[in-house]
Design a protein around this ligand. Structure first.
Ligand code: NAD
Length: 504
């Protein structure tokens, strides 16, 4: 693929997609100890394009033997110290070089995510900007973090040092393949760890391309490795390994719970979890511009086909404006129909795979059966691709499955409320606590409600606002970790206390 030509139109992206060659140049094998290799067992799995149903490539399917190999190399690299003991400023240079290489290859990386999981290419390009910014931010942070000198008397000098953990296994989902990878891998590498990445079996391709770029950037052998494969095989093996010091996970709450058990059953490794959500988006009647709010409320759920951990999937609207507001949301949703992911004008793309497609349609059916009022969408589009239009249900209650469970698709559940008290109670009535939004002009109310929301992040008069400076993560069953910002570096380092007695 030419790096000089920047694709802009639908035809440009189609041409680029047609020029991809997995058998020549683009890797589909595992990346272990600085080399692309077949899985030890020789197994492969097919990765499909959900927009067309076509097989893109056969990818190495790693298992326990591959995990054991990679963990051995990761540990050896860590002990050798070529990366773990390298001065932070030098690690920074290598990571900045990697970010530059990602920038130079961003169209190809975006295309891989689009083809692999169906997201619109314009959205994938946004992910690339986020992933590159994350590498740059974490690289820039690492040589600006100081340790501490404790306030002792003259008889001692007491130091609090920050040291890398050792071997970090990053297990990531498919909805933002490269961006979720960056949020885990960039701080873990910056802090000096050896990192083993297990991408989702539904979107392994960009992670393998990243491995090639990491090698080109000068990350030493064994320090960054990529093991494609399934959760119950290679993922489980990494999670149970006695030589992995930390599991950094993004994915479903069910898998997160499983990983904590694996850690308890093995070596008590640290487990950082970024899990699911059912995020409330609260609209008060005092908003000045309800048209604008409705557009944002629709985008909050329909962006990335609703396959977003922080999707604003529960819309809580004050009853005095509810009917009129839903009309505006439905009108906005009309303009967000799914289309070919390679068309930069498409707002939504295809659902990642058949399992997820059936799951989403199953919830839509359940919503109808439970008596919610369908206001938009509700029927899948004609194949061959897996496309579901924006779907809006009104009259949802907290007892309904579509009101409680994470659907992870383009389905919006609308609730009504009459008072601030009721809105807060509805918002907090969830096992999840990843994100929450509120829209109001009343500053007192904004502060009152913000403090009372059980949520890792609150968006006021916006949805999904944030940049690299802000931690990202949840409370309750949405997890315990924080990606992004300098706080994420804390997760990938140990504090070592050193008490030095000063002989008078
Ligand atoms: P998932 O839990 O099915 O899979 C996530 C990863 O875990 C994959 O790589 C998978 O192979 C692996 N895995 C599955 N079972 C495993 C096991 N037993 N042992 C080890 N690894 C295992 O989730 P998914 O369907 O890929 O992603 C969707 C979920 O991710 C949603 O719930 C979404 O909310 C969540 N998510 C959360 C965030 C966040 O920041 N909180 C961000 C993106 C996605």
């Amino acid at each position: 693929m030419s790096r000089s030509h920047s694709p802009e139109t639908h035809a440009d992206w189609q041409a680029l997609a047609a020029s991809l060659r997995f058998e020549k140049g683009l890797e589909t094998r595992a990346f272990i100890d600085d080399a692309f290799v077949a899985a030890v067992g020789g197994e492969t799995f097919a990765t499909l394009n959900p927009a067309t149903g076509e097989t893109l490539a056969e990818v190495a399917s790693c298992d326990a033997a591959d995990a054991e190999l990679a963990v051995g190399h990761a540990r050896a690299a860590f002990e050798a110290g070529e990366w773990s003991r390298l001065a932070p400023g030098k690690r920074k240079k290598v990571l900045l070089r990697l970010a530059d290489l990602m920038e130079a290859n961003k169209h190809e990386l975006a295309l891989l995510d689009t083809l692999d999981m169906g997201k619109p290419v314009s959205s994938a390009m946004g992910d690339m900007a986020g992933a590159i910014a994350c590498f740059r931010y974490q690289a820039e942070c690492i040589d600006k973090l100081y340790g501490e000198v404790a306030p002792t008397g003259e008889e001692a000098l007491a130091l609090v040092l920050r040291e890398p953990l050792g071997v970090v296994a990053s297990i990531v989902p498919w909805n933002f393949p490269l961006m979720m990878t960056a949020w885990k891998v960039a701080p873990a590498l910056a802090a000096g760890n050896s990192v083993i990445l297990k991408p989702s079996e539904k979107s392994p391709l960009s992670a393998l391309r990243l491995a090639a770029l990491a090698r080109e950037a000068g990350i030493p052998r064994g320090v960054f490795q990529v093991l494609p494969g399934f959760g119950h095989t290679v993922g489980k093996a990494l999670a149970l390994s006695m030589e992995v010091d930390c599991l950094a996970f993004t994915g479903s709450t069910a898998t997160g719970k499983q990983l904590m058990q694996y850690a308890g059953a093995s070596n008590l490794k640290r487990v950082y979890l970024e899990c699911g959500g059912k995020s409330p988006n609260i609209v008060f009647a005092d908003c000045r511009n309800l048209d604008r709010v409705a557009k944002h409320a629709a985008a909050a759920i329909f962006h990335n086909q609703g396959e977003v951990c922080i999707a604003g999937s529960r819309l809580l609207v004050e009853n005095s404006v509810r009917e009129a507001f839903i009309d505006k949301v439905v009108a906005a949703a009309e303009r967000m129909q799914p289309g070919d992911p390679l068309d930069p004008a498409s707002f939504m793309g295809a659902i990642v795979d058949d399992t997820q497609y059936r799951r989403v349609l199953g919830y839509i059916e359940k919503g109808r059966e439970e008596g919610a009022r369908l206001r938009a969408g509700g029927e899948a589009l004609e194949g061959p691709g897996l496309f579901i239009p924006p779907t809006v249900f009104d009259g949802v209650t907290a007892e309904m499955a579509i009101g409680r469970e994470e659907i992870f698709g383009p389905v919006l559940s609308v609730f009504g409320f009459d008072s601030e008290e009721e809105a807060v109670a509805l918002a907090n009535d969830s096992v999840y606590g990843l994100a929450a939004g509120l829209w109001s002009q009343d500053l007192d109310r904004i502060m009152r409600v913000t403090r009372r929301l059980h949520s890792g992040q609150v968006f006021v008069n916006n949805w999904a606002g944030g940049d690299q400076t802000m931690p990202f993560g949840g409370v309750k069953q949405s997890g315990n970790g924080r990606d992004k910002s300098h706080h994420s570096l804390e997760e990938y380092s140990e504090l070592k206390s050193v008490w030095m007695s000063l002989i008078p």
